[in-house]
Design a protein around this ligand. Structure first.
Ligand code: AP5
Length: 217
């Protein structure tokens, strides 16, 4: 399956994508994670992306499209993928469509996680991430066993720069202005699968599987 997980910042795209890739054995391709890795490694891409990401703005389309095209061309993307955080603009969606058509492929479903702004703000402000392995926690809904320490590798957890309160409003504004129009774009193509994104993660996951026509578990 070739899937897009769509939704505003903090909707749970990453949390849910991790569950589905583990079950289906397909590739999880998060542009946010790829860009954060580029920043960590200090590459040219990372140096261009960092100030924009820290400010809650989008990285230019050509840079993001380039890394996604390259990644989708690799052998481990052949069996299927979940795109998480991409596309985020109409030009990105058009470029994706062209890149997949060149490979004789297409998107099968766009899972749209529906979460109200108030809940998004609570989730983002409480999120803590492991800078070493990328594990994601929440101080209330999904805390690590020991406060501030990653369960997997004992690394001290951090708060993402763009998760600070003053940046969150800008990310939600950018989403409403530049990304949300993609919902109508994919709906017109008959690909949009809206899923209730509030509640226990396992219940949301069951909703996603149902929307994708996968058997319950
Ligand atoms: P990116 O990393 O993609 O951030 P995002 O879309 O803002 O999404 P988030 O990572 O904030 O949230 P999520 O939906 O994955 O939620 P999560 O599962 O973590 O992008 C960051 C930046 O990179 C962008 O601002 C931009 O600068 C740049 N960028 C990336 N892609 C780009 C592109 N295509 N074009 C241009 N620029 C791009 O969950 C959030 C929290 O809630 C966690 O703490 C989690 O534990 C908790 N939680 C999850 N589910 C539940 C639940 N059911 N109940 C309670 N809490 C929950």
């Amino acid at each position: 399956m070739n899937l897009i997980f769509f939704g505003p910042p903090g909707a749970g795209k990453g949390t849910q994508a991790k569950k589905l890739v583990a079950d289906l054995g397909i590739l999880h391709l998060s542009t946010g994670d790829m860009l954060r890795e580029a920043v960590r490694q200090g590459t040219e891409l990372g140096q261009k992306a960092k100030p924009l990401m820290d400010a809650g703005k989008l990285v230019p389309d050509d840079l993001v499209i380039g890394i996604v095209r390259e990644r989708l061309g690799q052998p481990d993307a052949k069996a299927g993928f979940i795109l998480d955080g991409f596309p985020r603009t109409i030009p990105q969606a058009e470029a994706l469509e062209r890149a997949l058509a060149e490979q004789g492929r297409e998107i099968d479903h766009v899972v749209s996680l529906e979460v109200p702004d108030k809940e998004l703000i609570e989730r983002i402000s409480g999120r803590r991430s492991c800078p070493a392995c990328g594990a994601v926690y929440h101080v209330v809904s999904n805390p690590p066993r020991q406060a501030g320490i990653c369960d997997r590798d004992q690394t001290p957890l951090i708060q993402r720069e763009d998760d600070r309160e003053d940046k969150v409003a800008e990310r939600l504004r950018v989403y409403a202005e530049q990304t949300s129009p993609l919902k109508a774009w994919y709906e017109k193509k008959g690909l949009l699968r809206p899923v209730q994104g509030v509640g226990a993660p396992e219940a949301i996951y069951a909703g996603i599987r149902k929307a994708l026509g996968l058997s319950g578990r």
